[in-house]
Design a protein around this ligand. Sequence first.
Ligand code: UD1
Length: 429
Amino acid sequence: MDRIAIVGGARLEGEIPISGAKNSAIKLMAASLLSDQPLRLTNMPRLADTRFLGKLLRRLGAAVIEMDGPEGSETVLHTPEITSALAPYDLVRQMRASFNVLGPLIARTGHAKVSLPGGCAIGARPVDLHLKALEALGAHIDLNEGYVYAQAPRGLEGATIAFPFVSVGATEHTMLAAVLADGETVLENAAREPEIVDLAECLNAMGAKVEGAGSPTIRIKGVAKLHGAVHAVVPDRIETGAFACAVAMAGGDVTLTQSRPEHVRALLDAMAAAGVELDETVDTIRVRRGAGRLKAADITTEPYPGLATDLQSPFMALMTMAQGVSVIRETIFENRFMHVPELARLGADISIAGNEARVTGVEALTGAQVMATDLRASVSLVIAGLAAKGETVVNRVYHLDRGFERLEQKLGACGANVRRISGDQEEAA
Ligand code: UD1
């Protein structure tokens, strides 16, 4: 298993290009199953998760071709026919979002057998809302031996679905099924994340009729067929926010390019309150921090446009060296403080009570061996390592590789002292 070693203390200078959003790319890839014509996705991030979903889509009958075009990485997905409507446990277990093939499979073929994703490290994460919404669209759902068996032999039918609370995954999944349903579907209390808007734009480019994405009410007029399209993946707001925190932690002057500042507004507000200097254009963010310490600032994670739960751990890492006490409230997931004991190994002073972490800023962190527990937690350890004295070694970086494209190269190009220690090399040594 690879590890990442960081020697803290280097200031960062330069530019970091932001990649396409992982969380959007994987739903867009699933959308390709809805048409028998090719979907060409540009600005695609090259990540373990997208490679992984490509593998599952090939099993279902898709041709998945990755290439480097004039505007960066592209993926063309083409499924003339669904040759299997089975998504097996060994593939869904490895990446939860694979479950999102269920809706497109039922919509296109009238039946599907998809493994339940099972638990995951950040809490129970059930899929009850996904299944209820598909049932509301007329799918018959049976759960047996860990699989969802879904049938809609006469196709899906539009319905009004009011979600009891906001779920990004359930909103997207319902959109992916409803675009081919007969009649109109109305989603109430829908998630408003930029990835929802991105999915709606891609589906509309494929001939769907989706209105209201980005607001709490989404209206979808079902169409009989979707066609091919070209769509550019929205910039990754989580990568943007994580790098903004990394620069603020290390100190320096870095411009994040190809990004969408308005998608990280809540984080930028919190960073500005902490004393980070920020200048933005429509697609760049210049992040500067001089020699002085930042001030503690409080955050609460919320559905978009509130501060993203995926940016909670990067911001917490930043607060470990701020002056004062920062209160960080997590309202989306349980068990999302797994990075706290690891940050403590570097000398951070953090106490947890329920869903609230109190971070008392310290003057210095010291490098140590730490363990990445999940994707979002692992990046916080890299961020802390950038400012810690001496060497920090982050173990189990496969979590990072799921969601961050070329993380060590992007930071290294700005002067960070970061290197990957490949597991193969170590075993050979
Ligand atoms: C997505 C993102 C993830 C991000 C999260 C919240 C992807 C691949 N992942 O996850 O990075 O942290 O949004 O912004 O896009 N819930 C249920 N029943 C359901 C569905 C969800 O109880 O059927 C609960 C979850 O346990 C959680 C809350 O709803 O407490 C919100 O989860 P949701 O918005 O669905 O997150 P994901 O789509 O899984």
